[in-house]
Design a protein around this ligand. Structure first.
Ligand SMILES: C[S@@+](CC[C@H](N)C(=O)[O-])C[C@H]1O[C@@H](n2cnc3c(N)ncnc32)[C@H](O)[C@@H]1O
Length: 271
């Protein structure tokens, strides 16, 4: 089901003609405002077609840049990003038995989301992504293991989640898909939905640890985009997280991969 909100008469466009939802109000997540993706997928919620305002960017950068490559996503990420090691390190650092609500932003095909739910079945686990195809893969993973994960189609710059809802926000390989302004908005939204004292964990491309890592990262930059990866190659993500209001940001680990250096960051929201 495709949503083309900019075709609607009341769509908000900026001076360049691009769709801009920065002023759009976010509807509360109720049954009237959202609906299940289809009848037998009760946990996947999307905005109904007749909703006049929307907040799913049409200019987002899909996983692997081209939608046609989406079916290859899991295999490529598994083979090239030391996925099992990095995602498990994130879970080990981020989630403890007392964690109640975890939001995975830019959850894509849901590998991390489902792993968290599988290891911490009592936690409420919410995955957010704006790509229905990727959410569909995530939904299949939850069905395969018969786990109840909430998957929401939304733009990370406008999260339809209550203030202070989450004690953890996690994210993997996501922020480098956002342009600088979107990164700032998504980080502000992250801080908003985190409870006081809540923690953000991000695994994403960071400053290359040596010249080889820098060279290996270049194809990723060409594929995913130069402006959106610039802050990453300069190692500026921690600074942006601090600017969004985090109390403390620290780098927990670095991983050399065939596509460059992945960093695992932790940020804490003031209590
Ligand atoms: C490289 S994938 C990462 C998926 C997953 N987190 C992982 O570790 O495999 C990046 C994801 O970010 C999503 N994405 C891009 N822009 C987004 C936005 N503005 N809001 C929400 N999701 C977005 C894409 O749809 C894609 O699924």
């Amino acid at each position: 089901m495709a949503h083309h909100y900019s075709d609607r008469p009341n769509a908000i466009k900026d001076a360049t003609g691009n769709f801009d939802r920065s002023n759009a109000a976010i509807p509360p997540r109720t049954a009237e405002n959202y609906k299940p993706m289809d009848d037998d997928r009760e946990t996947l919620w999307v905005l109904p077609d007749n909703l006049e305002i929307g907040f799913v960017s049409e200019t987002y950068i899909p996983a692997l840049r081209f939608k046609a490559l989406a079916p290859l996503y899991d295999v490529i990420v598994r083979l090239t990003t030391r996925e099992a090691t990095v995602k498990q390190a994130l879970i080990d650092a981020a989630i403890t038995r007392d964690v109640r609500t975890v939001v995975d932003i830019g959850c894509g095909s849901g590998t991390l989301t489902v792993a968290i739910k599988r290891q911490f079945p009592k936690a409420r686990v919410i995955g957010v992504d704006l790509d229905e195809q990727m959410l569909g893969y995530a939904q299949r993973k939850t069905e395969n293991v018969d786990l109840s994960v909430e998957l929401i189609k939304a733009d990370a710059t406008h999260l339809p989640l209550d203030d202070g809802l989450a004690d953890r926000v996690v994210s993997s390989l996501f922020f480098h898909h956002l342009y600088p302004k979107q990164k700032r908005q998504a980080l502000a939204e992250t801080m908003r939905v985190l409870a006081p004292g809540g923690e953000l964990y991000v695994a994403d491309w960071g400053r290359p640890s040596n010249l080889l890592m820098r060279a290996l990262f270049f194809p990723v930059r060409l594929l995913d985009g130069l402006p959106n990866t610039a802050d990453h190659v300069r190692g500026r993500l921690p600074e942006l997280i601090t600017q969004a209001g985090a109390d403390r940001v620290e780098s927990l680990a670095e991983y050399s991969t065939v596509f460059g250096t992945l960093t695992l960051l932790r940020a804490i929201k003031a209590g």
